[in-house]
Ligand binder design. Structure first.
Ligand SMILES: [Zn+2]
Length: 427
Protein backbone atom coordinates (compact mmCIF):
# COMPACT_ATOMS: atom_id res chain seq x y z
CA UNK A 1 0.00 0.00 0.00
CA UNK A 2 1.27 3.44 -0.99
CA UNK A 3 2.14 5.46 2.17
CA UNK A 4 0.35 8.51 0.79
CA UNK A 5 -2.90 6.56 0.46
CA UNK A 6 -2.61 5.50 4.11
CA UNK A 7 -1.89 9.11 5.13
CA UNK A 8 -4.93 10.39 3.25
CA UNK A 9 -7.22 7.69 4.65
CA UNK A 10 -6.06 8.39 8.23
CA UNK A 11 -6.54 12.13 7.82
CA UNK A 12 -10.03 11.52 6.45
CA UNK A 13 -10.88 9.76 9.77
CA UNK A 14 -9.52 12.41 12.17
CA UNK A 15 -13.07 13.74 12.66
CA UNK A 16 -14.15 10.24 13.71
CA UNK A 17 -11.29 10.21 16.25
CA UNK A 18 -12.15 13.67 17.52
CA UNK A 19 -15.77 12.60 18.09
CA UNK A 20 -14.49 9.66 20.17
CA UNK A 21 -12.35 12.00 22.28
CA UNK A 22 -15.24 14.44 22.76
CA UNK A 23 -17.76 11.73 23.66
CA UNK A 24 -15.48 10.24 26.34
CA UNK A 25 -14.59 13.64 27.79
CA UNK A 26 -18.25 14.69 27.96
CA UNK A 27 -19.17 11.48 29.79
CA UNK A 28 -16.29 11.48 32.32
CA UNK A 29 -15.57 15.17 32.94
CA UNK A 30 -14.59 15.96 36.55
CA UNK A 31 -13.78 19.60 37.27
CA UNK A 32 -11.10 20.71 34.80
CA UNK A 33 -10.02 17.16 34.03
CA UNK A 34 -11.56 13.73 33.51
CA UNK A 35 -11.81 10.85 35.98
CA UNK A 36 -12.15 7.24 34.87
CA UNK A 37 -11.50 4.81 37.70
CA UNK A 38 -10.79 1.30 36.46
CA UNK A 39 -13.83 -1.01 36.54
CA UNK A 40 -16.19 1.87 37.25
CA UNK A 41 -19.27 3.09 35.41
CA UNK A 42 -16.98 5.74 33.84
CA UNK A 43 -14.42 3.48 32.18
CA UNK A 44 -17.32 1.17 31.29
CA UNK A 45 -19.04 4.09 29.52
CA UNK A 46 -15.84 4.79 27.56
CA UNK A 47 -15.55 1.08 26.65
CA UNK A 48 -19.14 1.28 25.34
CA UNK A 49 -18.32 4.41 23.31
CA UNK A 50 -15.37 2.50 21.80
CA UNK A 51 -17.54 -0.59 21.12
CA UNK A 52 -20.35 1.46 19.54
CA UNK A 53 -17.93 3.24 17.21
CA UNK A 54 -16.42 -0.13 16.25
CA UNK A 55 -19.86 -1.55 15.46
CA UNK A 56 -20.56 1.48 13.25
CA UNK A 57 -17.50 0.37 11.22
CA UNK A 58 -18.92 -3.16 11.06
CA UNK A 59 -15.99 -4.55 13.07
CA UNK A 60 -16.33 -7.61 15.31
CA UNK A 61 -16.63 -6.45 18.92
CA UNK A 62 -15.92 -8.63 21.94
CA UNK A 63 -15.30 -8.02 25.63
CA UNK A 64 -13.02 -10.56 27.32
CA UNK A 65 -13.99 -12.05 30.68
CA UNK A 66 -12.54 -9.12 32.59
CA UNK A 67 -13.82 -6.23 30.47
CA UNK A 68 -11.03 -5.40 28.04
CA UNK A 69 -12.73 -4.52 24.74
CA UNK A 70 -11.54 -5.64 21.29
CA UNK A 71 -12.64 -4.55 17.80
CA UNK A 72 -11.42 -6.73 14.94
CA UNK A 73 -11.14 -6.23 11.20
CA UNK A 74 -11.18 -9.91 10.16
CA UNK A 75 -8.21 -11.24 8.25
CA UNK A 76 -8.32 -13.60 5.28
CA UNK A 77 -6.83 -16.31 7.51
CA UNK A 78 -8.77 -16.22 10.77
CA UNK A 79 -6.53 -18.81 12.41
CA UNK A 80 -3.30 -16.87 11.84
CA UNK A 81 -2.00 -14.82 14.80
CA UNK A 82 -3.12 -11.22 14.42
CA UNK A 83 -1.92 -7.73 15.23
CA UNK A 84 -3.21 -5.91 18.29
CA UNK A 85 -3.08 -2.16 18.88
CA UNK A 86 -4.44 -0.11 21.74
CA UNK A 87 -3.95 1.29 25.19
CA UNK A 88 -5.82 1.86 28.43
CA UNK A 89 -9.23 3.44 29.04
CA UNK A 90 -8.84 4.35 32.71
CA UNK A 91 -7.26 7.57 33.99
CA UNK A 92 -5.85 9.05 37.17
CA UNK A 93 -8.29 11.25 39.17
CA UNK A 94 -8.77 14.55 37.33
CA UNK A 95 -6.30 13.55 34.66
CA UNK A 96 -6.26 14.32 30.96
CA UNK A 97 -8.41 12.81 28.21
CA UNK A 98 -5.46 11.51 26.16
CA UNK A 99 -3.34 9.46 28.60
CA UNK A 100 -4.16 5.93 27.49
CA UNK A 101 -7.38 6.62 25.61
CA UNK A 102 -5.50 8.16 22.65
CA UNK A 103 -3.99 4.71 22.00
CA UNK A 104 -7.38 2.99 21.99
CA UNK A 105 -8.78 5.65 19.64
CA UNK A 106 -5.65 5.37 17.45
CA UNK A 107 -6.14 1.63 16.93
CA UNK A 108 -9.78 2.16 15.98
CA UNK A 109 -8.94 5.10 13.70
CA UNK A 110 -6.42 2.93 11.84
CA UNK A 111 -9.08 0.23 11.36
CA UNK A 112 -11.56 2.88 10.14
CA UNK A 113 -9.00 4.00 7.55
CA UNK A 114 -8.47 0.36 6.45
CA UNK A 115 -12.24 -0.05 6.06
CA UNK A 116 -12.35 3.04 3.83
CA UNK A 117 -9.48 1.68 1.75
CA UNK A 118 -11.32 -1.63 1.34
CA UNK A 119 -8.41 -3.56 2.81
CA UNK A 120 -8.85 -7.28 3.51
CA UNK A 121 -5.75 -7.99 5.63
CA UNK A 122 -3.98 -11.37 5.62
CA UNK A 123 -4.51 -11.74 9.40
CA UNK A 124 -6.88 -10.20 11.97
CA UNK A 125 -6.19 -6.58 12.88
CA UNK A 126 -7.58 -5.67 16.29
CA UNK A 127 -7.94 -2.43 18.23
CA UNK A 128 -8.27 -2.68 21.99
CA UNK A 129 -9.27 -0.62 25.01
CA UNK A 130 -7.60 -2.03 28.12
CA UNK A 131 -8.84 -1.70 31.70
CA UNK A 132 -6.95 -0.86 34.85
CA UNK A 133 -3.53 0.46 33.79
CA UNK A 134 -3.18 3.26 36.35
CA UNK A 135 -1.78 2.15 39.70
CA UNK A 136 -3.60 4.90 41.61
CA UNK A 137 -6.83 2.89 42.07
CA UNK A 138 -5.62 -0.45 43.43
CA UNK A 139 -1.99 0.39 44.24
CA UNK A 140 -0.70 -1.68 41.32
CA UNK A 141 -0.49 -1.08 37.59
CA UNK A 142 -1.33 -2.95 34.35
CA UNK A 143 -4.19 -5.01 35.85
CA UNK A 144 -6.19 -5.36 32.61
CA UNK A 145 -3.25 -6.24 30.38
CA UNK A 146 -1.88 -8.69 32.98
CA UNK A 147 -5.26 -10.42 33.13
CA UNK A 148 -5.47 -10.50 29.31
CA UNK A 149 -2.19 -12.42 29.08
CA UNK A 150 -2.84 -14.55 32.18
CA UNK A 151 -0.15 -12.86 34.27
CA UNK A 152 -2.18 -11.71 37.27
CA UNK A 153 -2.21 -14.14 40.23
CA UNK A 154 -5.83 -15.10 40.96
CA UNK A 155 -5.68 -14.18 44.63
CA UNK A 156 -5.06 -10.55 43.64
CA UNK A 157 -8.77 -10.27 42.74
CA UNK A 158 -9.70 -10.54 46.43
CA UNK A 159 -6.53 -9.09 47.89
CA UNK A 160 -6.43 -5.81 45.94
CA UNK A 161 -8.76 -3.18 47.41
CA UNK A 162 -9.62 0.09 45.71
CA UNK A 163 -8.18 2.91 47.80
CA UNK A 164 -11.28 5.11 47.87
CA UNK A 165 -14.03 2.44 48.19
CA UNK A 166 -12.17 -0.21 50.20
CA UNK A 167 -13.88 -2.89 48.07
CA UNK A 168 -12.01 -5.63 46.22
CA UNK A 169 -11.08 -5.69 42.54
CA UNK A 170 -13.22 -8.83 42.08
CA UNK A 171 -16.27 -7.09 43.59
CA UNK A 172 -15.91 -4.05 41.34
CA UNK A 173 -15.51 -6.26 38.28
CA UNK A 174 -18.53 -8.41 39.18
CA UNK A 175 -20.64 -5.30 39.72
CA UNK A 176 -20.12 -4.39 36.04
CA UNK A 177 -21.17 -7.89 34.96
CA UNK A 178 -17.73 -9.37 34.36
CA UNK A 179 -16.68 -12.74 35.69
CA UNK A 180 -13.53 -12.54 37.80
CA UNK A 181 -14.05 -16.16 38.88
CA UNK A 182 -13.44 -17.24 35.29
CA UNK A 183 -9.82 -16.24 35.87
CA UNK A 184 -9.60 -18.61 38.81
CA UNK A 185 -10.13 -21.72 36.71
CA UNK A 186 -7.23 -22.62 34.45
CA UNK A 187 -8.09 -21.14 31.08
CA UNK A 188 -6.26 -20.03 27.97
CA UNK A 189 -5.42 -16.33 28.25
CA UNK A 190 -7.39 -14.16 25.83
CA UNK A 191 -4.13 -12.77 24.40
CA UNK A 192 -1.00 -14.91 23.90
CA UNK A 193 1.76 -15.39 21.32
CA UNK A 194 -0.61 -17.95 19.70
CA UNK A 195 -3.32 -15.32 19.07
CA UNK A 196 -1.14 -12.26 18.58
CA UNK A 197 2.10 -11.77 16.67
CA UNK A 198 2.60 -8.08 17.49
CA UNK A 199 1.30 -5.46 19.90
CA UNK A 200 1.60 -1.76 19.00
CA UNK A 201 0.68 0.95 21.48
CA UNK A 202 0.30 4.62 20.63
CA UNK A 203 0.53 6.85 23.71
CA UNK A 204 1.03 10.54 24.34
CA UNK A 205 4.52 11.43 25.51
CA UNK A 206 4.22 12.26 29.21
CA UNK A 207 7.48 14.23 29.36
CA UNK A 208 8.68 17.40 27.61
CA UNK A 209 11.19 15.98 25.08
CA UNK A 210 9.19 15.95 21.82
CA UNK A 211 7.71 19.41 22.47
CA UNK A 212 11.17 20.69 23.44
CA UNK A 213 12.82 19.34 20.31
CA UNK A 214 9.97 20.14 17.92
CA UNK A 215 9.52 16.51 16.81
CA UNK A 216 5.96 15.13 16.46
CA UNK A 217 6.57 11.42 17.05
CA UNK A 218 8.81 9.27 19.26
CA UNK A 219 9.73 5.60 18.95
CA UNK A 220 10.87 4.23 22.33
CA UNK A 221 13.67 1.70 22.42
CA UNK A 222 12.50 0.54 25.80
CA UNK A 223 10.65 1.17 29.01
CA UNK A 224 12.68 2.52 31.90
CA UNK A 225 13.28 0.40 34.95
CA UNK A 226 14.21 1.71 38.34
CA UNK A 227 16.07 1.07 41.59
CA UNK A 228 14.09 2.60 44.45
CA UNK A 229 14.61 3.01 48.18
CA UNK A 230 11.20 4.34 49.32
CA UNK A 231 11.97 4.40 53.06
CA UNK A 232 15.55 5.66 53.52
CA UNK A 233 16.51 6.99 56.91
CA UNK A 234 19.52 8.70 58.45
CA UNK A 235 20.06 8.81 62.21
CA UNK A 236 22.58 11.19 63.84
CA UNK A 237 22.20 13.01 67.14
CA UNK A 238 20.05 15.94 68.25
CA UNK A 239 22.19 18.62 69.86
CA UNK A 240 22.52 22.34 70.56
CA UNK A 241 22.82 24.27 67.30
CA UNK A 242 25.06 27.01 68.66
CA UNK A 243 27.16 25.13 71.21
CA UNK A 244 28.53 22.22 69.15
CA UNK A 245 31.53 22.74 66.79
CA UNK A 246 31.62 20.98 63.43
CA UNK A 247 33.83 18.03 64.43
CA UNK A 248 31.44 17.04 67.22
CA UNK A 249 28.27 17.17 65.15
CA UNK A 250 26.25 14.17 63.92
CA UNK A 251 23.91 16.07 61.59
CA UNK A 252 21.42 13.76 59.84
CA UNK A 253 20.20 16.43 57.38
CA UNK A 254 23.65 17.44 56.13
CA UNK A 255 24.60 13.75 55.76
CA UNK A 256 21.43 13.01 53.77
CA UNK A 257 21.86 16.07 51.58
CA UNK A 258 25.45 15.01 50.89
CA UNK A 259 24.22 11.52 49.90
CA UNK A 260 21.61 12.99 47.54
CA UNK A 261 24.31 15.24 46.04
CA UNK A 262 26.62 12.24 45.63
CA UNK A 263 23.91 10.27 43.80
CA UNK A 264 23.30 13.28 41.56
CA UNK A 265 27.06 13.36 40.83
CA UNK A 266 26.92 9.64 39.97
CA UNK A 267 24.04 10.42 37.57
CA UNK A 268 26.10 13.17 35.88
CA UNK A 269 29.18 10.92 35.75
CA UNK A 270 27.19 8.19 33.98
CA UNK A 271 25.74 10.72 31.53
CA UNK A 272 29.27 11.97 30.80
CA UNK A 273 30.15 8.36 29.91
CA UNK A 274 27.38 8.53 27.27
CA UNK A 275 24.72 6.48 29.09
CA UNK A 276 21.29 7.77 27.93
CA UNK A 277 17.86 7.94 29.59
CA UNK A 278 18.95 8.30 33.20
CA UNK A 279 16.76 9.95 35.82
CA UNK A 280 17.22 10.46 39.54
CA UNK A 281 14.69 11.82 42.02
CA UNK A 282 14.79 12.28 45.79
CA UNK A 283 11.03 12.79 46.04
CA UNK A 284 10.80 12.75 49.83
CA UNK A 285 13.04 14.52 52.34
CA UNK A 286 11.86 15.38 55.83
CA UNK A 287 12.82 15.78 59.47
CA UNK A 288 10.70 14.70 62.42
CA UNK A 289 8.23 17.56 63.15
CA UNK A 290 7.86 16.46 66.76
CA UNK A 291 11.59 16.92 67.39
CA UNK A 292 12.95 19.38 64.87
CA UNK A 293 13.69 23.04 65.62
CA UNK A 294 15.77 25.80 64.10
CA UNK A 295 18.04 25.75 67.14
CA UNK A 296 18.62 21.96 67.15
CA UNK A 297 21.10 19.97 65.11
CA UNK A 298 18.80 17.47 63.35
CA UNK A 299 19.18 13.91 64.61
CA UNK A 300 16.88 12.22 62.07
CA UNK A 301 16.15 12.59 58.37
CA UNK A 302 13.85 10.47 56.21
CA UNK A 303 14.14 10.32 52.43
CA UNK A 304 13.38 8.38 49.24
CA UNK A 305 15.80 7.63 46.38
CA UNK A 306 14.55 6.69 42.91
CA UNK A 307 17.07 6.00 40.11
CA UNK A 308 15.80 5.14 36.60
CA UNK A 309 17.55 3.73 33.51
CA UNK A 310 16.85 1.70 30.38
CA UNK A 311 19.78 -0.67 30.92
CA UNK A 312 19.78 -3.36 33.64
CA UNK A 313 23.58 -3.25 34.00
CA UNK A 314 23.39 0.50 34.66
CA UNK A 315 20.74 -0.05 37.33
CA UNK A 316 22.90 -2.78 38.89
CA UNK A 317 25.75 -0.31 39.06
CA UNK A 318 23.52 2.24 40.85
CA UNK A 319 22.20 -0.49 43.20
CA UNK A 320 25.78 -1.32 44.18
CA UNK A 321 27.26 2.18 44.26
CA UNK A 322 24.59 4.06 46.24
CA UNK A 323 24.97 1.95 49.44
CA UNK A 324 28.77 2.41 49.15
CA UNK A 325 28.32 6.19 48.98
CA UNK A 326 26.03 6.04 52.03
CA UNK A 327 28.57 3.97 54.00
CA UNK A 328 31.40 6.36 53.18
CA UNK A 329 29.38 9.44 54.21
CA UNK A 330 28.07 7.73 57.37
CA UNK A 331 31.59 6.88 58.57
CA UNK A 332 32.89 10.38 57.98
CA UNK A 333 29.89 12.19 59.50
CA UNK A 334 29.33 9.72 62.37
CA UNK A 335 25.70 8.99 61.39
CA UNK A 336 23.90 5.76 60.45
CA UNK A 337 22.14 5.29 57.11
CA UNK A 338 19.41 2.68 56.81
CA UNK A 339 18.38 2.75 53.14
CA UNK A 340 15.51 0.34 53.87
CA UNK A 341 14.04 -2.11 51.39
CA UNK A 342 15.32 -1.88 47.81
CA UNK A 343 12.45 -2.21 45.31
CA UNK A 344 11.93 -1.44 41.63
CA UNK A 345 11.50 -3.04 38.24
CA UNK A 346 13.92 -4.04 35.51
CA UNK A 347 13.79 -2.15 32.22
CA UNK A 348 11.83 -3.73 29.35
CA UNK A 349 13.54 -3.42 25.97
CA UNK A 350 10.88 -3.21 23.23
CA UNK A 351 11.02 -5.46 20.16
CA UNK A 352 13.84 -4.39 17.89
CA UNK A 353 12.32 -5.58 14.61
CA UNK A 354 9.02 -3.84 15.33
CA UNK A 355 10.82 -0.66 16.32
CA UNK A 356 12.76 -0.77 13.08
CA UNK A 357 9.48 -1.23 11.19
CA UNK A 358 7.99 1.81 12.94
CA UNK A 359 11.07 3.85 12.01
CA UNK A 360 10.81 2.75 8.37
CA UNK A 361 7.10 3.64 8.30
CA UNK A 362 7.81 7.11 9.69
CA UNK A 363 10.55 7.61 7.11
CA UNK A 364 8.40 6.49 4.17
CA UNK A 365 5.66 8.86 5.36
CA UNK A 366 8.15 11.74 5.76
CA UNK A 367 7.39 12.07 9.49
CA UNK A 368 10.30 13.06 11.78
CA UNK A 369 10.59 10.53 14.63
CA UNK A 370 12.92 10.48 17.62
CA UNK A 371 14.35 7.31 19.15
CA UNK A 372 13.94 7.70 22.90
CA UNK A 373 12.99 5.92 26.11
CA UNK A 374 9.61 5.85 27.77
CA UNK A 375 7.97 5.16 31.12
CA UNK A 376 5.84 2.18 32.13
CA UNK A 377 3.00 1.24 29.75
CA UNK A 378 0.87 -1.83 28.94
CA UNK A 379 3.31 -2.63 26.10
CA UNK A 380 5.80 -3.89 28.70
CA UNK A 381 3.28 -6.54 29.84
CA UNK A 382 2.67 -7.83 26.30
CA UNK A 383 6.40 -7.79 25.54
CA UNK A 384 7.12 -9.79 28.71
CA UNK A 385 4.36 -12.24 27.77
CA UNK A 386 6.37 -13.10 24.64
CA UNK A 387 4.42 -10.94 22.18
CA UNK A 388 6.76 -8.62 20.21
CA UNK A 389 5.69 -5.12 21.25
CA UNK A 390 6.60 -1.54 20.38
CA UNK A 391 5.21 1.95 20.84
CA UNK A 392 4.55 5.24 19.07
CA UNK A 393 4.73 8.34 21.28
CA UNK A 394 2.90 11.50 20.22
CA UNK A 395 4.03 15.01 21.13
CA UNK A 396 1.95 16.45 23.98
CA UNK A 397 2.29 19.71 25.85
CA UNK A 398 2.06 20.33 29.64
CA UNK A 399 2.99 16.77 30.68
CA UNK A 400 0.43 14.25 31.81
CA UNK A 401 -1.58 12.99 34.79
CA UNK A 402 -3.09 16.49 34.85
CA UNK A 403 -5.99 18.29 33.19
CA UNK A 404 -3.68 20.38 30.96
CA UNK A 405 -2.49 17.56 28.65
CA UNK A 406 -2.54 19.05 25.15
CA UNK A 407 -2.08 16.86 22.09
CA UNK A 408 -2.75 18.46 18.70
CA UNK A 409 -5.04 16.37 16.48
CA UNK A 410 -2.59 16.94 13.60
CA UNK A 411 0.17 15.25 15.64
CA UNK A 412 -2.22 12.45 16.59
CA UNK A 413 -2.85 11.99 12.87
CA UNK A 414 0.89 11.65 12.20
CA UNK A 415 1.18 9.04 14.97
CA UNK A 416 -1.77 7.07 13.58
CA UNK A 417 -0.23 7.16 10.08
CA UNK A 418 2.94 5.53 11.45
CA UNK A 419 0.88 3.02 13.43
CA UNK A 420 -1.40 2.12 10.50
CA UNK A 421 1.45 1.75 8.00
CA UNK A 422 3.30 -0.55 10.41
CA UNK A 423 0.20 -2.66 11.14
CA UNK A 424 -0.23 -3.26 7.41
CA UNK A 425 3.48 -3.94 6.85
CA UNK A 426 3.45 -6.48 9.69
CA UNK A 427 0.16 -8.14 8.66
ZN1 LIG B 1 -1.05 5.91 30.19
Amino acid sequence: MNPQDIAKAVDHRLGFAEDLFDAAAARTRDGDGITRACWSTEDQAVAEIFAEAARSLDLEVVFDRVGNVYATLPGRDRSAPGILSGSHLDSVPRGGNFDGYAGAVAGLTALAAFRDLGIAPPCDLTATGIRGEESVWYGTAYLGSRMAVGALPHDELDRLKRGDTGRSLGEHMAELGFDPDALKVEAEPHISPKTTKAFLELHIEQGPILIGEGIPVGIPMGIKGNARWPYGRCVGAYDHAAAVPRDYRRDAVLATVELIGAVEALWHEMEAEGIPNLVFTAGKLFTNPEEHAMTKIPGECDFALNFGATDTAVLDRARARIPELAAEIAARRKVVFDLGELVGTDPTPLDETLRTDLGKSAESLGIPAKVMATVGHDASIFQRAGIPSAMVLVRNEHGSHNAQEAMEMADFGLGVRVLAATMLARA
